[in-house]
Design a protein around this ligand. Sequence first.
Ligand SMILES: Cc1cc2nc3c(=O)[nH]c(=O)nc-3n(C[C@H](O)[C@H](O)[C@H](O)COP(=O)(O)OP(=O)(O)OC[C@H]3O[C@@H](n4cnc5c(N)ncnc54)[C@H](O)[C@@H]3O)c2cc1C
Ligand SMILES: *[C@@H]1O[C@H](CO)[C@@H](O)[C@H](O)[C@H]1NC(C)=O
Ligand SMILES: *[C@@H]1O[C@H](CO)[C@@H](O)[C@H](O)[C@H]1NC(C)=O
Ligand SMILES: *[C@@H]1O[C@H](CO)[C@@H](O)[C@H](O)[C@H]1NC(C)=O
Ligand SMILES: *[C@@H]1O[C@H](CO)[C@@H](O)[C@H](O)[C@H]1NC(C)=O
Ligand SMILES: *[C@@H]1O[C@H](CO)[C@@H](O)[C@H](O)[C@H]1NC(C)=O
Ligand SMILES: *[C@@H]1O[C@H](CO)[C@@H](O)[C@H](O)[C@H]1NC(C)=O
Length: 638
Amino acid sequence: MTQLIALVASLAGVASALPHHAVRRQVSELRDSYDFVIAGGGTAGLTVADRLTGAFPDKTVLVVEYGEIEYAPGTFDPPLTVWGGAGAAASRWAFSSLPNLEVDNKRGVVFAGQVVGGSSAVNGMFFDRPSRSDFEAWDQVNSPEYASSEDKWDWDGIFPYFQKSVTFTEPNAETVAEHGYTWDLSVYGGETPIYSSFPPFLWADHPVGRAAWSEMGIRTLTECAGGDKEGLCWIPISEHPETSRRSHSGLGHYAAVNETRTNYDLLVKHQVIRVVYPEDTTGSGPPLVEVRSRNDDRVFNVTANAEVILSAGTFHTPTILQRSGIGPASVLDEAEIPLVLDLPGVGSNFQDHCGPDLAWNYTEPLDLYPLPSDMSSDPDFAAEAAAQFDEIPARGPYTLAMSNSAIFVSLPNITADYEAIVSRIRDIVSNGTASSYLPPDHRDDPRMIAGYEHQLSVLADFFENPEAPSLESAFATGTSARAISLHALSRGTVRLNLTNPLEQPLLDYRSGSNPIDFDVHIAHLRYLRQMVTTPTMQQYGAVEVRPGADVQSDEDLLQHTKDSFTFSFMHPCCTAAMLPEEKGGVVGPDLRVHGLDGLRIADISVLPLLPSSHLSALAYAIGEKAADIIIREWSEDE
Ligand SMILES: Cc1cc2nc3c(=O)[nH]c(=O)nc-3n(C[C@H](O)[C@H](O)[C@H](O)COP(=O)(O)OP(=O)(O)OC[C@H]3O[C@@H](n4cnc5c(N)ncnc54)[C@H](O)[C@@H]3O)c2cc1C
Ligand SMILES: *[C@@H]1O[C@H](CO)[C@@H](O)[C@H](O)[C@H]1NC(C)=O
Ligand SMILES: *[C@@H]1O[C@H](CO)[C@@H](O)[C@H](O)[C@H]1NC(C)=O
Ligand SMILES: *[C@@H]1O[C@H](CO)[C@@H](O)[C@H](O)[C@H]1NC(C)=O
Ligand SMILES: *[C@@H]1O[C@H](CO)[C@@H](O)[C@H](O)[C@H]1NC(C)=O
Ligand SMILES: *[C@@H]1O[C@H](CO)[C@@H](O)[C@H](O)[C@H]1NC(C)=O
Ligand SMILES: *[C@@H]1O[C@H](CO)[C@@H](O)[C@H](O)[C@H]1NC(C)=O
């Protein structure tokens, strides 16, 4: 009997001898095989892992995560470290993109989470949802091919997953009375330990920004997470309502469940190199997962019995695919990687939110207290702020993260010239010049051309829609504002560094490679600068200092756009897009990689188009919907 138990234990692998909630750190702690292997323990990946381990107690799941579990708290915690914080730096990659020809050869800076929890553990905590119009556009770029798919990615197809993916807590009456927050509880309703809430604190100049936006004629909305966000919004942030500590997927989808899920293994500090279809089974899945230890460089294969799910994010999901021989044939050929499948969309269709800025001075005293500047000028205020953050419930400036107001405005509401912009987009499709704006090696590829022209047609309709936001400006504090363009027409690439394919990929934003993007930026700037001339701002003697009152011509505004250009508002996406294969797509509506078995993608790289929102709420919703699709398929098989 004892022998039998010993035999069973050894068959079940070493893992059974470990406390089941312990994080794995080396290959000897893994089981012989897993039902599901997930590459990347980030926002979407851990959402999928949580749901699969919960739905299938008899199936095992391994998450392989590049980073550590000890995430650095502190992106917004005391002492205020904000983006440059040394603590946060250990938990994220910082990329410098390739020189961008159309923007004076400048490089963009963009971060990505490298830690259990992924980007949700290091991000700006702004927690908004896209507009209904974004999902209509997603549906349109996938029509007619996927019109009859069981898995719909239109508003009705994804809205329930937004609801399920977060627990929203209403602010208390005192906070509401002080700041005027509004919301509509009917758009929420989830009970999962991912939290969103409104902070108890706002800077005293916050109402100045909101008043200026209202005086520009922008309507104020009660709730912006229910599909209509054309207007001025209050945005909740991803933090716990009592402690005001960051809520992220590492906490909500791993630490909250690991004690009871004996089937949930997390391997940290390991890099998924590639997936491999053994020669006799090419294309019929699931593939092996080749993994490298970041401690000792040891490389080994993990066997998946059911499926492999890539959730390594916008930069690394396509990188893993390219290393696997799945990607643009020309790139793989140059990298001398044997071709498994020519999918030119892998690492293509790269988009981000980008745009110029605007700044002003107040020439009258801004007799408001407290202001962000008080944190540096008044040590007592700063010390009290730090102490307030440790109270329960927490109070004070550190509960705020970056702030929580934004405007979202459509092109028809921004400029009477919107029809000229829309006509130019339609012209480049009909006169055949659109393809000349694609990366050089895509200009002769009928799949990439068809996909791009279809996207442009959908975006032309989108830009005509007065309910489809084109501009975002966020935060409402300080003396500057950014004109964030929500839907760039230019397309970049994410590709292997041929010198060392195991290193970080090369990012080419190609911002402004489609010149119509600059027309949109300039229209946005002309509109947003009206903030400075509103009665509320004028009451404080606001003067535009950047670009400055003398900068009025298109030519000068174009130069200002380039001078002040931000390539990334940290929303890179779309590099493994859900589009038909003949339109340069990588996955179908069931998130399976085209032409391959046992391989899916569940992260923000599957977006075909960038939506009118920050991306973390959407990454959770994609994780939830991906899990439902996978659970449905494997339940049918039982
Ligand atoms: C600095 C910053 C600020 C942001 N601000 C906001 C904001 O305020 N509001 C908002 O809504 N969104 C914001 N975003 C965007 C949002 O957080 C992300 O779009 C979203 O979290 C991405 O989720 P994901 O699941 O696609 O990828 P991630 O959450 O990035 O997960 C990918 C995971 O894969 C791991 N990984 C990568 N390569 C490998 C490999 N080869 N092997 C194993 N593991 C690997 C990574 O370490 C990471 O944990 C911000 C992002 C950043 C980086
Ligand atoms: C935009 O235009 C629509 C339709 O004309 C209008 O209903 C809406 O209030 C406008 N939105 C903003 C933000 O001004
Ligand atoms: C879950 O895993 C973490 C990380 O190893 C560990 O610190 C924690 O104790 C575990 N939680 C539970 C409830 O077991
Ligand atoms: C993983 O398996 C593939 C296919 O059998 C093989 O080519 C590769 O060498 C293996 N990798 C390791 C590290 O064993
Ligand atoms: C605005 O502020 C800057 C920096 O303090 C200063 O150099 C500049 O002269 C000011 N401009 C105006 C118009 O007040
Ligand atoms: C195609 O249309 C664009 C936008 O209107 C225009 O700038 C361009 O000159 C046209 N090209 C040709 C070849 O007609
Ligand atoms: C590519 O990788 C090599 C080796 O790590 C590195 O030296 C080089 O700077 C990288 N290239 C770019 C363009 O980042």
